[in-house]
Design a binder for this molecule. Structure first.
Ligand code: PLP
Length: 303
């Protein structure tokens, strides 16, 4: 990790030497926005989508101009090169910066803009094929989950609860049994061959992976409905007629084989899930100039 480089307010320095003031509003108030972008073959995947979401989220918290002078479209690829990251991610955070502690906005703000790149291997094929497990939790987050805010305490507690329950990811559930999203992922169900996922609103984060999964699924001819589904719908579907998967930047598509104590479908990664994962893996490989990887699944004969 010696070569990890931090971009901090216009300077490049070793990540281990990065410092922000105690009264940075990101630290004290969670008053900030962040992004996580996948790096593959030393290239940033879907960078424009992430920068566009960052801009939109900054505007939503009245920090519109905070990142504009930082030329992140140049800085982030530069960081990947400086940190020699082949596969991993770039983390970006913009806060309302240092100001004597007050709830109301400082005027003018002095935003903190930071980013670093880190190596992290992609999930191994064996891990993907083993599938992932979800632990349902009541969604106790605030009502603006569409903003990728650094206020992540509810997600921290939910994901820790999931870990202690022996699951890989938390599943945020509404009171009425509606599946919202994962602790740090969107969730799709495949019911009767068509995809269902929670619609874009204030209750979920509009994931970049979610967006590309929907586009690719439609291109492949799968029906997609952005309509919420309940855990009951998933669990009461006959085995083999239902699949569930998560979608996120760091893990792409992960087949879900268990939710709580209940097995999903036949307890194995579903055929539609693996077919979509193959499409996304191929698309990303081509985007970053790699040979497409061998297919994991077989495209189902009927869609
Ligand atoms: C709550 C939540 N939903 C969904 C996602 C997936 O978004 P993306 O595909 O942009 O990584 C994340 C990613 O961290 C998240 O935190």
């Amino acid at each position: 990790m010696d070569n990890e480089v931090l971009y901090l307010n216009g300077d490049f320095l070793p990540l281990s030497q990065g410092r922000v003031p105690v009264e940075d509003r990101g630290f004290q108030l969670g008053d900030g926005i962040y992004e996580v972008i996948k790096v593959m073959n030393g290239r940033l995947v879907w960078l424009e989508d992430h920068l566009e979401r960052l801009e939109r989220n900054l505007a939503a918290v009245s920090l519109s101009e905070a990142a504009s002078g930082h030329h992140l479209d140049f800085v982030l690829p530069d960081l990947v090169v400086r940190s020699q990251v082949d596969h991993g991610f770039v983390y970006v955070q913009v806060t309302r910066g240092f100001a004597p502690r007050e709830f109301v906005f400082p005027n003018p703000p002095h935003p903190t803009v930071l980013a670093y790149a880190r190596s992290k291997p992609a999930p191994a094929v064996s891990e993907i094929l083993m599938g992932t497990t979800l632990h349902p939790v009541r969604d106790l987050r605030w009502a603006r989950c569409d903003i990728k805010s650094t206020n992540l305490l509810a997600a921290v507690l939910a994901k820790e609860e999931a870990r202690q329950a022996g699951a890989h990811e938390a599943l945020f559930m509404a009171e009425d049994g509606v599946v919202r999203e994962g602790g740090s992922s969107n969730v799709f169900a495949v019911l009767d061959g068509g995809l269902r996922t929670h619609p874009l609103d204030n209750r979920i984060l509009g994931g970049i992976t979610r967006k590309h999964v929907i586009e690719m699924a439609l291109q492949e001819g799968y029906p997609v409905e952005e309509r919420a589904f309940t855990l009951d719908e998933v669990m009461s579907a006959p085995a083999g007629r239902c699949e569930v998967f998560t979608a996120s930047t760091t893990k792409d598509i992960m087949p879900v084989v268990r939710i709580g104590s209940q097995v999903v479908g036949d307890g194995k990664p579903g055929v539609v899930t693996l077919a979509l994962l193959d499409v996304i893996r191929r698309a990303q490989a081509i985007l970053v100039g790699l040979e497409p990887p061998p297919a994991l699944g077989v495209r189902p004969a009927s869609v």
